[in-house]
Design a binder for this molecule. Structure first.
Ligand code: HAM
Length: 413
């Protein structure tokens, strides 16, 4: 058996894992303040939940989904993202008549991508979905939540914003892009050649240098009056909230359900996988998935990427460690009782009984960065006393003292 986790997956341990949990918890608390409610959907769904909704021509559906037949012969997909799953749950719960509905989720997602720094096959997202508003002010509020969260976490990013117009804007734009790109068809990358007829908008955000050069002079989308006004309101109100952004007309996002507002928060410290958080408006998704017309907007943040960038104090246990070390077998019960008493005081206590050797136990306490070490020895215990050692930085505190158990709490607090 290989002890190596599957390529693109990893074990999260210690500080790294704590950072993940802490970032997700901070995000959850921020979202609650904006009226989002927690939801947890299954990590696998019927393949159809993702196939149509994310778009047949998207990379996620075309090449990245973990899809398999289960033992009953049903096609199952490990969720590659949260939006379609949340919409499925929203429809299943019959919430389409009680709008708006606002959801917050966090958990693992799965995409068969080429692993590299910040890109995994099992990765973690937190996300929000707001269903029921077709209102640019809600787009601004949703972006503001992302902006404020990133700020709280100490993550520096630039916000890139674009509009993808409405469905009819995109039909017209699609044709004008095909007309523009067709003469260059043989100069385009292979991937873009395939996209030319299937999904020409995606060529605009190709990472290929030659594609990018060709797209420099590509025509821009001509927005209907209503789409233009919608975008104007988003921009104006982001400015009113002093959230700066760059209008990137080539930002199209990798999933096909977007309309109108699309945005990405990017960092310059991540290398190629530079998007920490991305999202946008999806007004047709609910109807596409079999529901009535319910507009939506949301975003998701990659926790793996956020954890690489967030303030490095996250993930460290903020409580001081107190180690309780029995000298021998006979003092273990006394040690066990004392640890329980101390934990009732909401203290972080380690009971150290590893190895049959006091020296090694003290080394373990040291490795755990214990500030206080309480040593329970036969002689002291006979007199109802304990030995207390201090390894912290306060020079006014005695390094070693023999005290009664009753004195202990007063000293270590
Ligand atoms: P997405 O842009 O595909 O959007 O993913 C959102 C974020 O998840 C990315 O910005 C990135 O931080 C992280 N991410 C994506 N793939 C990977 C990976 N392979 N490894 C590590 N991190 C990754 C969505 O998923 C949409 N559902 C967002 C949304 C919600 N739109 C509307 N509502």
């Amino acid at each position: 058996m290989s002890k190596q986790p599957i390529r693109g997956t990893r074990d999260l341990m210690g500080i790294e894992h704590l950072r993940h949990l802490e970032l997700a918890e901070i995000a959850r608390k921020s979202a609650l303040d904006y009226g989002y409610h927690s939801i947890e959907t299954p990590i696998f769904e019927s393949t159809s939940v993702f196939q149509k909704s994310l778009g047949d021509t998207s990379d996620v559906v075309g090449k990245e989904m973990y899809t398999f037949l289960d033992r009953g012969g049903e096609s199952i997909t490990l969720r590659p993202e949260g939006t379609a799953a949340v919409v499925r749950a929203f429809l299943h719960a019959g919430l389409t008549q009680t709008l708006p509905q606002k959801f917050f989720y966090s958990g693992p997602m799965f995409r068969y991508e080429r692993p590299q720094k910040g890109r995994y096959r099992q990765f973690y997202q937190i996300g929000v979905e707001c269903l029921g508003y077709d209102d640019p002010y809600i787009d601004v509020e949703c972006i503001a939540l992302a902006h404020n969260l990133l700020k709280t976490l100490g993550i520096e990013t630039t916000l890139y914003l674009n509009t993808l117009g409405d469905a009819s804007d995109r039909i017209i734009y699609r044709d004008s892009l095909i007309n523009f790109l067709t003469p260059y068809v043989h100069e385009l990358s292979q991937e873009s050649q395939v996209r030319l007829l299937q999904n020409p908008l995606r060529i605009l955000d190709s990472k290929n240098a030659q594609d990018q050069k060709i797209c420099e002079s590509a025509p821009q989308m001509i927005l209907s009056k209503a789409s233009h006004a919608f975008f104007e309101t988003v921009c104006k109100n982001l400015q009113a909230l002093q959230i700066s952004f760059e209008h990137d007309t080539k930002l199209v996002r990798g999933l096909d359900y977007y309309a109108h507002t699309a945005f990405e928060f990017k960092s310059t410290s991540l290398g190629a996988q530079d998007t920490v958080l991305g999202g946008g408006r999806y007004n047709d998704l609910v109807a596409q998935m079999g529901g009535p017309h319910v507009p939506g907007i949301g975003w998701a943040m990659g926790i793996d990427r956020a954890a690489l960038l967030a303030d490095h104090t996250y993930g460290h246990s903020k409580k001081l460690c107190i180690a309780v070390v029995p000298v021998g077998e006979e003092q273990k019960q006394e040690a066990l009782l004392l640890t329980q008493t101390l934990r009732k005081e909401n203290l972080y206590v380690e009971l150290i009984t590893a190895y049959n050797d006091l020296g090694k136990r003290l080394k373990t306490a040291h490795r755990l960065k214990a500030e206080w070490v309480i040593i329970l020895g036969e002689d002291e215990l006979k007199e109802n006393k304990i030995q207390l050692k201090y390894f912290g930085e306060n020079t006014d505190i005695q390094k070693m003292q023999i005290i009664t158990k009753d004195e202990l709490l007063n000293i270590i607090r």
